[in-house]
Design a protein around this ligand. Structure first.
Ligand code: UD1
Ligand code: MG
Length: 509
């Protein structure tokens, strides 16, 4: 004999959600880090139910696949035809014949429901020894919802769907939230007696209450402290409204723990993200997935972080990051793109129009401008000049580049992987490096410069350039630097690029 289950959770998620007008089943729509179904399962989790059954129907395969990811212990049960909420619970209980004790039923589309509220409902129900207890709420607009009908003494008489209600019942603003606790035995019994004698010709779970009352069984109403928690989701306008409400709840909670949120209306933090004390979140910022923002970090404005960890006191400005790590005190942006496995060590810098993927940027290393860093390891304190490209892809395979500690890469360099630049080495600006540069060496691949005097006058006569050149030459101006002629010493050239002023173009620092 299997042990009897003392608590069973049943989530109703077979409906289509027609008004969502979506290929995605309604319960799979996302809302700040979880699907609607994910939120409901999270609210039910602390009940520590012996068994969680999810009734699936529309989009059953998609819902099942999602459950495998987020709640592998839950049991999906197929309701092939949606014959009503009562029918759905009946089918669910057939799958758990050993269920006894309390059965908690939750509509799959009430994502703002809090775990504390479900727990309070169950505690009230179990404490009273009730046959059934419904979560109710007083709402400003009860349109479309089932009404709680009480007798003169204030005891629950029945729950009436709006379409079956009398005008007097319709005027009631106390509604059924679609969240219930039942005694398993009495629920099973009542479910067997449901009729389909209603406007929709469906088996209504709500009719269980009227049946129990008629049989003289004790039923209860637990009124939610905050009706917002009971809001359902039927279309995308409601979904957007729920998203704003949840955003405000999340932001308020973080602010109360010591996080500064400068513009709560434009700050969207997933329920799964974490922000530490004294972090500052500036406007237009989204913290999604498993993102963690460390203490005293400054994130935003205009930042999206997905599954990204930002260390203490780091700054991220107008940037997008996915699956990245930003070390303590590091600086990112404006306009950086950090892709999966971009790991920025302590006090490193990834600046403007820089993309980093699957690479380590060492402690204190800098990639300040206009660069692509892919499949690279950059040593501590290395300096990567503007417009450096880590050429990682040969069209078939990806290769790694290693830049040693305190190496200095001149601007507009291609580092053609696999290649290694040793510690303390320099690379001259404009080089295409495909062979290793030993530690302390200068790598340079530049062709010597030629300046062909008088070329503009001959080839571009009549242009503004030609006119400007003519004036300058008439004034006796020099050409603005050494004019190399063909055949002149190349080594001088290399010496020149070896100087930091031109090599790294620290001009870009
Ligand atoms: C239901 C309640 C109503 C309550 C409202 C709260 C009934 C008869 N009415 O109405 O009193 O105020 O919720 O939101 O229960 N579902 C199935 N299988 C079915 C039918 C529905 O799994 O055959 C699921 C839906 O996917 C949904 C939930 O049950 O998650 C509720 O169904 P829905 O059709 O939205 O019921 P409402 O008309 O909103
Ligand atoms: Mg509904």
């Amino acid at each position: 004999m299997p042990q009897p289950h003392l608590r069973t959770v049943v989530v109703l998620a077979a409906g289509e959600g027609k008004r969502m007008k979506s290929a995605l089943p309604k319960v799979l729509h996302p809302l700040l880090g979880r699907t609607l179904l994910g939120h409901v399962l999270t609210a039910a989790a602390p009940l520590a139910a012996d068994r969680t059954v999810v009734v699936v129907g529309h989009g059953a395969e998609q819902v099942r696949a999602h459950l495998t990811e987020i709640a592998p212990d839950a049991t999906p049960v197929l309701q092939a035809q949606q014959l009503g909420t009562g029918h759905a619970v009946r089918i669910a209980l057939e799958a758990v014949p050993e269920a006894s004790g309390t059965v908690v039923v939750i509509n799959g589309d009430v994502p703002l429901l809090r775990a504390e509220t479900v727990a309070a409902l169950v505690a009230a129900h179990e404490g009273e020894g009730a046959a059934a207890t419904v979560l109710a709420a007083e709402v400003p607009d009860p349109t479309g919802l089932g009404r709680i009908v009480r007798d003169a003494a204030g005891r629950l008489e029945q729950i009436v769907e709006e379409r079956d209600a009398t005008p007097a019942q319709r005027a009631l603003r106390e509604i059924n939230a679609g969240i219930y606790a039942f005694d398993a035995v009495r629920l099973r019994d009542a479910l067997g007696k449901l009729s389909t004698d209603n406007d929709q010709g469906e088996e209504y779970l709500t009719d269980v209450f009227g049946l129990l009352v008629s049989a003289g069984e004790p039923v209860g109403v637990h009124v939610a402290a905050d009706h917002v928690e009971t809001l359902g989701c039927n279309d995308r306008v409601e979904l957007a409204g729920l998203r704003r409400l949840l955003r405000d709840r999340i932001n308020e909670a973080w602010m109360r723990t010591g996080v500064s949120i400068l513009d709560p209306d434009t700050t969207w933090i997933d329920v799964t993200a974490t922000v530490e004390r004294d972090a500052v979140i500036d406007q237009n910022t989204q913290l999604r997935g498993t993102t963690v923002v460390g203490a005293q970090a400054v994130v935003g404005p205009d930042v999206t972080l997905i599954d990204t960890v930002v260390g203490a006191a780091a700054t991220v400005l107008r940037s997008h990051a996915v699956g990245a790590e930003v070390g303590p005190g590091a600086s990112v942006g404006p306009y950086a793109y950090l892709r999966p496995a971009a790991r920025l060590a302590e006090k490193s810098k990834v600046g403007t129009f820089v993309e980093v993927k699957n690479s380590e940027v060492g402690p204190g290393a800098k990639v300040p401008h206009l660069s692509y860093v892919g499949d690279a390891t950059i040593g501590a304190k290395a300096n990567i000049g503007a417009a450096t490209i880590f050429v990682n892809y040969d069209g078939v395979n990806k290769h790694r580049t290693v830049v040693g500690e305190a190496a200095f890469i001149g601007c507009d360099t291609s580092l053609i992987a696999p290649v290694e630049v040793g510690a303390g080495a320099y690379v001259a600006a404009g080089s295409a490096i495909s062979q290793d540069v030993p530690p302390g060496a200068l790598g340079v691949t530049r062709a010597p410069q030629r300046s062909i005097e008088g070329w503009v006058a001959r080839k571009r006569a009549g242009t503004v350039s030609a006119a400007a050149a003519e004036r300058a030459l008439a004034e006796g101006a020099s050409a603005g630097g050494p004019v190399a002629r063909e055949g002149e010493a190349i080594h001088g050239d290399a010496e020149t690029v070896g100087r930091p002023s031109t090599a790294g173009d620290t001009a870009t620092e």
